[in-house]
Write a protein that binds this ligand. Structure first.
Ligand SMILES: [Fe+2]
Ligand SMILES: [Fe+2]
Length: 336
């Protein structure tokens, strides 16, 4: 697609998402929570105002001392991903916020605020929990968060609003899967509070996922040809993990590759999951049964219908290294 055609297409796509403003605004009311009704990080953390605060912290440290290093590294990577939220909100607004006004009453901008506000609790909670656990080199963790936000975030959506909604539908589901799987591993390691934390965060991600998917479902109803082409373009570029830029300029250039190898190895997020998400979205948006397509949309349909199987083949052949460098761990083993 040449640049002129591309910008015409984007202008048309912006018009379509403009018509969904009301629907998106209603979704803020129906799917997101009022700040007074939401869970907050303190609901899961030791209450430091109480006389037994240190006992509570000791119990937390006893529980987390049994969690394998690989799970701690994976959890830190997930926490760092959540902590780079300023970049995600910026990126979303650069596309959907035509008024360039963050306090706008436009449904899309309201959504971006309410969604960010919910997401903000995820990094806060995991960061505090990991800090209290003493299992991490927190300075190294903080430097990675700093570096990641410093470097920014590029979902490769070329300012196409359809592509960013495909991206967020995919990514919220991926994040949900990661937190669910981490919760299971924490439970197995004997930390049922961490397991509850991961499940609770995954519950938020599930609400967000359903909302983003419903936005894209509406787009498919209004403009199936354009939606198909954007879905195809997004998937051809692949869904990059939001924290990929943590490695750029980092004194350990392999930090992201190592993190993603750990998540593969312990089954927190794998290429199988990537394939299953494609399969899920292709089925949800009924890609196979769309008819009367034009302008390359039929080709996009062909590409998308076989894509999950391609990734399953990649997953089958995938070799995970036996030894992976684990980052962000504390050198001090805690004795109990
Ligand atoms: Fe999150
Ligand atoms: Fe999320």
């Amino acid at each position: 697609m040449d640049i002129a055609a591309d910008s015409n297409e984007i202008a048309k796509n912006m018009e379509v998402i403009g018509t969904l403003q009301g629907f998106v605004g209603e979704t803020v009311e129906s799917s997101l929570l009022d700040p007074d009704d939401c869970w907050q990080p303190t609901d899961f953390l030791p209450d430091l105002t109480r006389d037994d605060a240190f006992d509570q912290v000791t119990k937390l440290r006893e529980r987390t001392s049994c969690i394998p290093d690989s799970i701690i590294t994976s959890l830190v990577g997930n926490m760092i991903t959540e902590e780079a939220l300023p970049s995600y909100q910026t990126s979303f607004n650069l596309i959907v916020n035509e008024e360039k006004e963050l306090t706008s009453t436009n449904g899309w901008v309201r959504w971006s605020r309410a969604w960010t506000a919910e997401e903000n609790r995820h990094g806060d909670l995991l960061n505090k929990y990991l800090y209290l656990s003493g299992r991490c080199d927190m300075k190294a963790v903080e430097q990675t968060i700093h570096r990641l936000i410093y470097n920014g975030f590029n979902p490769n959506v070329n300012l196409d609003p359809y592509q960013i909604i495909v991206y967020t539908s995919f990514q919220e589901r991926a994040t949900k899967i990661s937190h669910v799987n981490t919760g299971k591993l924490a439970d197995k390691a004997g930390d049922n509070t961490l397991s509850k934390i991961c499940k609770t965060i995954a519950g938020d991600e599930a609400r967000h996922e359903n909302a983003y998917k419903s936005f894209m479902t509406k787009i498919f109803e209004i403009d199936p040809n354009g939606a198909l082409k954007s879905f195809e373009q997004m998937m051809r570029k692949q869904i990059v993990m939001p924290a990929v830029l943590m490695a750029e300029g980092n004194k350990n250039p392999n930090i992201f590759t190592d993190f993603s190898a750990v998540t593969q190895k312990i089954g927190v997020y794998t290429t199988w999951d990537y394939a299953s998400i494609i399969e899920h979205l292709v089925s949800l948006w009924k890609i196979e049964s769309l008819t009367g397509l034009k302008d390359g949309a039929a080709k996009a349909q062909d590409y998308l219908c076989v894509l999950a199987n391609r990734y399953k083949k990649i997953a089958e052949r995938m070799k995970i290294p036996d030894e992976i460098n684990l980052s962000w761990l504390s050198n001090n083993k805690l004795a109990f």
